[in-house]
Ligand binder design. Structure first.
Ligand code: PGA
Ligand code: ZN
Length: 424
């Protein structure tokens, strides 16, 4: 690839709002050559304790969650550090971004990640490349891994919501259907039709068709087991058991205290809980289990891994928080076999890529994921294609901030079909 010379000229940070109406930051990076990269930070509600923290204003407005004051500070402080640096030096820029500074520990999972993503977008535009193609090159430089054009990405759609994303629903946070057959467009159609049928069924049974933060319908006053049984029955009736697998994000850290798990009003000791999860897996043929144990309850992780790792994707989200060091410990202890990748958990594009490379080199499955507080930024769709992720978790086909990411994936798929000749 011919490298053009282009450097950072300007930086803007402004307050915007996420899909929950909570303030978030929008970063604009402008290069000397006139390329403009814009990115917005998402925000989680069931966060792992090891995620890089977000910087917010504090005070009374928005319960302290505004970012207006920090935004002003950020541009003034940070621009002098990066002005004149090559827009293509993502690694160096990410290092500067994630270095602790004199006023804050780091610029956090909101300012740092939005800037890192905006830099990558501006770099891609400067080279007249689609973002995924630019990111693919950055990933290759970091990992040495060859990019596979026919690599399959499974779509994981959390069609029913509970936990902290849907109060009044079951304790488990997400009930997934996962597609793996056909093109991404075909997979999305299968999922959308199933989601449509679920909504119709809710209406027929006079249930409220409320949706949770990520767009999944909320089965009010139902236990997790009742919800799984309902989903399984619906899949059987629609003849989809061969096409869509079932999965869960339990987000177990949210209902774990003092060696016990409190699920749908019932308290389980560690041993009882492990037996319960194994029973659910078997009864409903669960193929994906994200955070089935709390992030610090490694004993339960290990017990589940011994029993299930050969047949189920055991996915660490809060367990790893996209951090390489944490993943390394998990690999050494055989705790899981898959990792959820959320850029704002680690704070930079290359930080995330380093974790993704470590995962791939250890045969871990990689799943690029949205957050419950999302924006219309589609960066993660390009990222998933660029790193040959094994799956994406962008929510069900409901709510614009989720759909726009699927739309981006389908556009990339079309682009890939139309041009097999991609230059490095
Ligand atoms: P969060 O949840 O974005 O609210 O943290 C998503 C998840 O747990 O996967
Ligand atoms: Zn999760």
């Amino acid at each position: 690839m011919t490298r053009l010379v282009d450097t950072i000229e300007d930086l803007k940070a402004e307050q915007r709002y996420d899909s929950r109406g909570v303030p978030t930051v929008q970063i604009t990076v402008i290069t000397k050559g006139g390329a403009v990269g814009i990115s917005l930070a998402p925000s989680g509600a069931s966060r792992g304790t090891r995620e890089v923290s977000e910087l917010r204003d504090g005070g009374v407005g928005f319960s302290g969650l505004a970012v207006k004051k920090i935004a002003k500070n950020f541009a003034v402080k940070f621009l002098p550090k990066i002005k004149g640096v090559s827009i293509f030096d993502q690694d160096l820029l990410d290092q500067i971004l994630t270095e602790p500074d004199e006023t804050a520990k780091t610029w956090g999972g909101n300012f740092a990640i939005a800037t890192s993503q905006a830099i990558a977008k501006a770099a891609a535009l400067s080279l007249h490349l689609p973002l995924w193609q630019y990111l693919r090159q950055v990933f290759h430089q970091h990992s040495g891994l060859a990019w596979l054009p026919n690599h399959k990405i499974n779509l994981c759609a959390n069609v029913l919501n509970g936990g902290v994303h849907a109060l009044g629903g079951p304790t488990f946070q997400e009930f997934w259907v996962v597609s793996s057959q056909g093109t991404m467009a075909q997979q999305l159609e299968t999922i959308a039709e199933f989601y449509f049928a679920l909504r119709e069924n809710f209406k027929k049974n006079k249930k409220l068709t409320l949706v949770g933060d990520e767009g999944g319908l909320v089965p009010l006053r139902q236990t997790g087991e009742e919800t799984l049984s309902y989903l399984h029955k619906m899949l059987r009736e629609k003849g989809l058991l061969n096409k869509l697998a079932l999965g869960l994000d339990l987000a177990a850290s949210e209902f774990y205290t003092k060696n016990c798990y409190l699920v749908d009003g019932k308290k389980y000791s560690r041993e009882q809980y492990i037996a319960y999860i194994l029973k659910l897996q078997k009864s409903y043929n669960l193929a994906y289990l994200e955070d089935p144990a709390a992030e610090d309850d490694l004993k339960t992780w290990l017990a589940l891994s011994e029993q299930l790792a050969h047949k189920v994707w055991l996915i660490g989200d809060d367990l790893f928080t996209s951090q390489g060091a944490r993943l390394k410990e998990g690999i050494e202890a055989d705790l899981a076999n898959a990792i959820l990748l959320k850029p704002n958990q680690v704070g930079s594009v290359t930080g995330l890529m380093k974790t993704a490379a470590l995962a791939k080199k250890n045969n871990y499955k990689t799943i690029v994921s949205h957050r419950s507080g999302e924006t219309t930024d589609t960066f993660i769709a390009d990222l998933a294609v660029a790193i040959n992720a094994d799956a994406v978790k962008f929510g069900p086909p409901c709510r614009g901030e989720r759909l726009i990411k699927y739309e981006r994936l389908l556009s990339i798929e079309q682009e890939l079909n139309e041009s097999t000749k991609v230059e490095f």
